[in-house]
Design a protein around this ligand. Structure first.
Ligand code: AMP
Ligand code: GLY
Length: 423
């Protein structure tokens, strides 16, 4: 079976690494991929939103299945594009259709979905420019901190949390009236602030049944002790120790099952990953957000713990036979540490030569922003590489990752030395 993965990050390298282990795989392609995927697959230099170019490659390379890494092409309707095309319609796409991808594409859509299906989440109201005054009044009725969310995709920057009422009002005006996030902030969701500890859960669904994959926690801030600017994610651990069986029972009953059932009831076809951002408030799980893809760097710890053959799993998703599959999970803990370019998440330079990672044999090196230039592997993004290790606990796993990171060099290299500090 020939498979195409769309995307170019650590998530896609991890999926490629896992799929590569399958005896069912014919040829593996990644578009556009990175220097890591180039080692194990054929990279195709096309963008994830260039549907016509993707179609051409799929036909030329006789691709039998497409796995979509990032949210953008899903929200833009790549699955629907395949279904509508006579030559592509029979090729399974792993990732939801456009209507269901709105769970990530629109915060307001996601909130209404949760309300409709009684899924616990923060109380909210949404506003547009013509209801700005009502928005101010709603902010006045809340206690700080104030949580403002641009409705649409804003490259992970659309959530603003402020302590001061006047600042919150100014921010609301800037989002709605001055289009701070462009069209993404035409609608703004204002939410009750939830205080607790966050974790992510990942569900693979075929639209009928589902499997809950291992839990993970990522570390989003650039600075140690969870300080400084938000990033795409600086590291992750799986499993999350505070997600014990009592808590996970609640997550299954109150959140996962109602979500999959809700998709069915609402006629939202979904074959792919659901990433549910949760917060544990006291002992109760509440949903912070849905994403319609795997997380990055959560994939780098979740997928290495899945023992099943990945191609069989995806085939079961395509055939809607996931209920018959038994998920096998590695008991060990997995931890990953992300190496980033100096300056990230602000401005940073690219094309720094990366050395030392080839010598590593007791961690898995997942490439993110890397490319090949004149036979050298160089940096090509903010997040450069994720170093994943297994251990009997997260400390042991991290010890191995940090030991191996000492062998890696590139100019400006930065990483957090305190992944797991809160456990
Ligand atoms: P999101 O883009 O929806 O994941 O939000 C980004 C981050 O903002 C989350 O990971 C949380 O840390 C925080 N956040 C979002 N919504 C809330 C909320 N209602 N209460 C507290 N923190 C929140
Ligand atoms: N690590 C968070 C995300 O992938 O959205």
């Amino acid at each position: 079976m020939n498979i195409l993965i769309l995307g170019s990050g650590g998530r896609e390298h991890t999926l490629a690494w896992k799929i590569k282990q399958s005896p069912k795989l014919g040829q593996l392609f990644v578009a556009p991929g990175n220097a890591g995927t180039a080692e194990i697959a054929k990279n195709i230099p096309i963008g994830v939103n260039n549907f016509e170019a993707i179609k051409k490659s799929v036909l030329e390379e006789s691709i039998d299945m497409v796995i979509v890494g990032p949210e953008d092409p899903l929200v833009n309707g790549i699955h629907d594009f395949f279904l509508r095309d006579g030559k592509l319609a029979h090729i399974p796409v792993i990732g939801p259709q456009k209507a269901a991808a709105e769970l990530e594409g629109s915060k307001e859509f996601a909130k209404k979905f949760m309300m409709r299906h009684n899924i616990p989440t923060a109380a909210y109201e949404s506003f547009k420019a013509d209801t700005l005054q009502e928005g101010f009044a709603f902010l006045e009725s809340l206690d700080p901190p104030y949580v403002l969310k641009a409705d649409g995709l804003a490259a992970g920057k659309g959530v603003v949390i402020l302590n001061d009422l006047q600042e919150a009002k100014n921010e609301l005006k800037s989002m709605l009236v001055d289009a701070k996030f462009g069209a993404a902030s035409t609608t703004v969701v204002i939410e009750e602030f939830l205080s607790g500890i966050e974790l992510s859960i990942f569900v693979l669904t075929d639209g009928k049944g589902y499997k809950v994959l291992p839990t993970a926690k990522d570390y989003k801030r650039i600075g140690e002790g969870d300080t400084g600017l938000n990033t795409g994610g600086m590291g992750a651990i799986s499993p999350v120790s505070f997600a014990d069986s009592t808590f996970m029972d609640k997550v299954h009953k109150r959140i996962v099952k109602p979500t999959v059932d809700g998709l069915k009831k609402d006629n939202l076809p979904y074959q792919g990953f659901i990433f549910i951002g949760l917060i544990k408030v006291g002992d109760e799980p509440k949903v912070i957000e849905y994403n319609v893809r795997m997380g990055d760097p959560e994939t780098e710890v979740v997928i290495p713990r899945v023992k099943n053959d990945m191609v069989s799993l995806f085939t079961a998703v395509a055939d809607q036979t996931l209920d018959a599959v038994e998920l096998e999970i590695d008991e060990r803990t997995a931890a990953t540490v992300m190496l980033v370019s100096g300056g990230y998440p602000g401005a940073y330079e690219k094309e720094k030569i990366i050395t030392g990672f080839e010598e590593i044999d007791d961690s898995i090196v997942f490439h993110a922003g890397t490319t090949k230039k004149k036979e050298k592997i160089v940096t090509n993004g903010g997040r450069v590489m994720a170093i994943t290790s297994y251990g009997i606990d997260f400390k042991e796993a991290l010890e191995t990752s940090y030991k191996n990171i000492n062998k890696i060099r590139f100019k400006g290299m930065n990483y957090r030395k305190d992944i797991g500090f809160d456990f």
